[in-house]
Design a protein around this ligand. Structure first.
Ligand SMILES: Cc1ncc(COP(=O)(O)O)c(C=O)c1O
Length: 348
């Protein structure tokens, strides 16, 4: 429950835990632009170790993490391969074009969030003055718009092998990489082993109020550092917010399976409600997508207004009758049941 609502609009609505607030209040800080904030340094070291990378950089958001990563990998006019349902392509205000000057080569995302390996190979341009230089492939794990599907380590390796054989880099938008790891029962480091860079978010399922972390080689992170400065993302006593990130990594990762069980429970309940279509098997992490029968004339906005009367918040999606509900640390199993009851009443 958050502010009196069972809030299933996103995991980004999660608020900091009491332990996070305490850590923030007592955080040791310094000027991070001088590299002197001990709490930021601790968070970066923890993140790099956890993902098996040489170095890490604290940034303000997932969007900034992806933007800074693209800036560090690409020059103006370079091409990057990206999925048509990916957050980088769809939901980051066109930053890759507006601020990086990079050229997206957009491939179809399958419903499980993957790109076809042969299509990726075919999309890589040979050296020819007509073509942009293809430099990077981007994957998203879990894949938000593709049912929150986790991409396996084996799949990531296939894409990495193709990329590296052609001297391309691989970036993973791992906003929810710990959800992917939990869903697949592997350490997050196994899912990013083959990647040259990865961004993950502290302020989604991990519950911190602000922040994301980019991980990669020391050389890549040095370039990312400069790119973060370029976009105004260098912060001073950022240890105040990094402190919550430290608590998030220490205490919130191992509990994500609870959110996934709650998502599955919600999906099962929804599958029994007339007027709702849902593929329960597609629910593998904390995102639950379902469709309202168009014949009922209830669009996303009407649905949201109806459930809000029961103190439940759920948002629509860009598709009029497709709805997304997201479980997180502030939604209990009992509240999932309450939300399902509210949805049933709203469809009646
Ligand atoms: C897959 C994915 N990547 C990146 C982001 C961006 O994160 P932020 O909202 O912190 O900018 C999101 C946000 O929902 C996301 O779902």
């Amino acid at each position: 429950m958050i502010n009196g609502y069972i809030d299933l609009r996103s995991d980004t609505v999660s608020v900091p835990t009491p332990a996070m607030r305490e850590a923030m209040a007592s955080a040791e800080v310094g000027d991070d632009v001088y590299g002197e904030d001990p709490t930021v340094n601790k968070l970066q070291d923890m993140a790099a170790a956890r993902l098996g990378k040489e170095a890490a950089l604290f940034v303000s958001s997932g969007t900034q993490g992806n933007l800074v990563s693209l800036l560090a990998h690409l020059g103006r006019g370079d091409e990057f391969i990206v999925g048509d349902r990916s957050h980088i392509y769809l939901s980051e205000a066109g930053g890759s074009a507006a601020l990086v000057g990079a050229h997206p080569m957009v491939l179809h995302n399958h419903p499980d969030g993957t790109l076809n390996v042969d299509e990726v190979t075919a999309a890589i341009k040979p050296e020819n003055e007509h073509y942009a230089h293809t430099r990077l492939v981007c994957l998203e794990n879990t894949h938000n718009q593709c049912y929150g599907s986790p991409l396996s380590a084996e799949y990531v390796k296939q894409i990495a092998d193709v990329a590296h054989a052609h001297d391309l880099m691989l970036h993973i938008d791992g906003a929810r990489i710990f959800n992917a790891a939990s869903a697949l029962g592997v350490p997050a480091s196994a899912l990013v082993k083959e990647a040259d860079s990865v961004t993950f978010c502290l302020s989604k399922g991990l519950g911190a109020p602000v922040g994301s972390v980019i991980c990669g080689t020391k050389a890549f992170i040095a370039r990312a550092h400069r790119a973060r400065k370029l976009v105004g993302g260098a912060m001073r006593q950022a240890g105040i917010i990094a402190a919550a990130g430290v608590v998030a990594l220490e205490t919130m990762v191992d509990r994500l399976a609870e959110d996934h069980a709650n998502a599955k429970r919600l999906a099962l309940r929804l599958s029994a409600i007339p007027g709702i279509t849902i593929d329960v098997d597609k629910v593998q992490s904390n995102l639950v997508f379902f469709d309202l029968d168009p014949a009922r004339g209830i669009d996303g906005a009407t649905f949201s207004a109806r459930v809000a009367k029961h103190n439940v918040r759920i948002g629509g999606t860009a598709y009029r009758t497709r709805i997304r509900a997201v479980t997180h640390c502030w939604v209990t199993q009992a509240e999932v049941d309450q939300a399902a009851d509210a949805i049933a009443a709203s469809m009646a």
